[in-house]
Design a protein around this ligand. Sequence first.
Ligand code: UT7
Length: 330
Amino acid sequence: MTRQIRAAITGTGSYLPSKVLTNADLEKMVDTSDEWITRRTGIKERRVAAEDECTSTMAVEAARRACDSAGIDPSELDLIACATISPDTLCPASACYVQRDLGAKNAAVFDLSAACSGFVYCLTIARRFIETGQCKNCLIIGAETLSRFTDYTDRGSCILFGDGAGAVVLQAVEDNSRGVKYTVMHADGNGWDYIWTPAGGSKLPASHKTVDDRLHFLKMRGRDVYKFAIEKMQWLLEDCMKACNLSNDDVDLVVPHQVNIRIIKSATEKLNFPLEKVYVNIDKYGNTSAASIPIALDEAIRSGKVGRGSTILLIAFGAGLTWAGAVVEL
Ligand code: UT7
């Protein structure tokens, strides 16, 4: 068999800020209840960044842990891709701060904005850079400080979001038995207003009025996102398994975007996919957008739920609208 260059996940890391925001805390801020949030979303608590933390600082912590677990020095990285919709600054990219703080002086860097699908989008791009020989060692990060863009007077959205970061090291290997086997990405810009931040960009720059009107916070059409998410999660599961000729038995773990436990259950039940093989940590961290999959993957690997030889599926959907999936042999 000819040996191809494959892009393998060789290290993972994550970072969650220590401050916890519980449903009981939210009860004091908006008209909601622990019972409602738990029943409708599965979330019990989420993390919130400290004042001196932001997207790049959390990303750096996750990245250090990923590099340590891969046994690689940051100076060996040739690409850093950071998926985020809550960057430190509009310019430059958060990945620039990450590169500086890691001392990854040989890495090209960029941020990617595809919301909750951002991490899988970055994985897809980095995979191709590796397979074509352009890169050998890539760092892919999903990091979000959504608390800075969450309207804590809007009970329809503030109950969902949390902060955190996850990272993976993707390396070139000449081993056909492992690596990223399949990736798929899609988008539909007609759904731009399902989840969006109206102000602060070139369309509606910051002004006293945009601040007064609370237009720098994420706005969401929750019910519409809900329906879209179930449909796309189901589609991604089916597409990934079909593309790699996998049955439910062949898949060791699905790591979905941590969106809402009802969405995850509904989509997997329709396909008779067992919930025991779906990684869920939404109860602890809520929805951390691009960070949710790499955080969950890191937990799944460190807890021994999956490891070398496991076949995993990563599936995500989010603002844009965007959706993306991957099949990886660890
Ligand atoms: O990564 C993508 C980011 N987006 C998402 O993850 C959102 C996906 N969507 C969802 O998770 C769900 O749509 C929500 C959790 C946001 C809402 O759950 P739902 O079952 O779709 O509720 P709903 O919007 O249909 O609202 C049902 C009722 C409404 O009251 P009425 O009109 O029936 O009297 C809402 O006003 O629940 C009310 N409600 C709340 N009640 C207590 C909405 N938010 C809350 C709340 N606490 N936090």
